[in-house]
Design a protein around this ligand. Sequence first.
Ligand code: KG4
Ligand code: ZN
Length: 368
Amino acid sequence: MTAPLTILGIESSCDDTAAAIVRQGDDRNQGRAQILSSIVQGQTALHAPFGGVVPEIAARAHVEKLDHCMEQALAQAGLKLTNLDGIAVTAGPGLIGGVLSGVMYAKGLCAATGLPLIGVNHLAGHALTPRLTDETPFPYLMLLVSGGHCQFLLVHSAEHFQRIGGTIDDAPGEAFDKTARLLGLPQPGGPSVEQAARNGDPMRFPLPRPLLDRPGCDMSFSGLKTALLRARDSVIAEKGGLNAQDQSDLAAGFQSAVTAVLAEKSRRALALYLGLNPARRSFAVAGGVAANGPIRGALQSLCAETNTQFIAPPLALCTDNAAMIAYVGIDRLRRGAIDDLTLSARPRWPLDAATPSQLGSGKKGAKA
Ligand code: KG4
Ligand code: ZN
């Protein structure tokens, strides 16, 4: 029997301030992890006038919101700080100001309470979410696809992740957001481009499918955005502006190109993964872009064709949240992998140090 552990998680690596409490090891729940509370306060409205996340504004907003989120998380769980066994915080990768805000806040709480401090890799939080939500056994294949991340990971254990491909420039969510801006659609771009694309003809503007002609699982989305810009400008040059149908056709062309790239690269990643693990046929997704209907549908079909279980955690746990950080914290605390007050914030922190991504920093910060 394992002793129950109750952990507060704190997340502030991008533009969501979050706190959550997760408990595991309670006999009444057969050892399953239970999310006792999960609070997420977004900052979309603060960044909207600037067309992207402004790191300084994000960091200040985190400082203002962290305490409130933590208090709400405790209140919703009906607990006090003295009922906790530890505090887990995202220590990277992400926007340095945001990560620092969370790390300093967690250090303050730990110094005041004497609770153990556990620094967590944000990407590990995403990658281990299928275990929190579905108790998915190791190993499995994961596609992390959001505004800041895009990578395929072979998840061997809570400590061993193998990166087998990812974007070499923009993340797809970032490309959706830029596309929305180019088309005059509201932010966040993913949902508005998806909605516009519903009435569009994806064949009117045939856009490139970058890197499909190259072997492997790497992807590229920045050229697609440039191609969309050219297609948009040619319509504007011809007609003097975009009407609703033009917007929809451009959105549909863009979405079908992203879907085709993600589907084909997932096919390759899955073939590679299943070649190594034919008995563990699980493919999990996480990240805001996994909410996209056609993309999710394409991945689901791929799994059905290959007799593979498709695992898509509920959207609130697919996108940035602190429950995933608390969950990783429980695992680390059980293994004695705790930190002290020298814990530093790491803007870059690849999960698979042997195969780091080729990415630089994008609008959502460093993308490891
Ligand atoms: O995971 P997430 O909340 O945050 C991080 O980026 O870490 O993902 C947000 C991203 C945004 O870029 C947003 O435009 C995109 O996910 N997104 C979508 C959809 N919903 C959100 N992209 C495509 N289709 C959607 N329905
Ligand atoms: Zn994330």
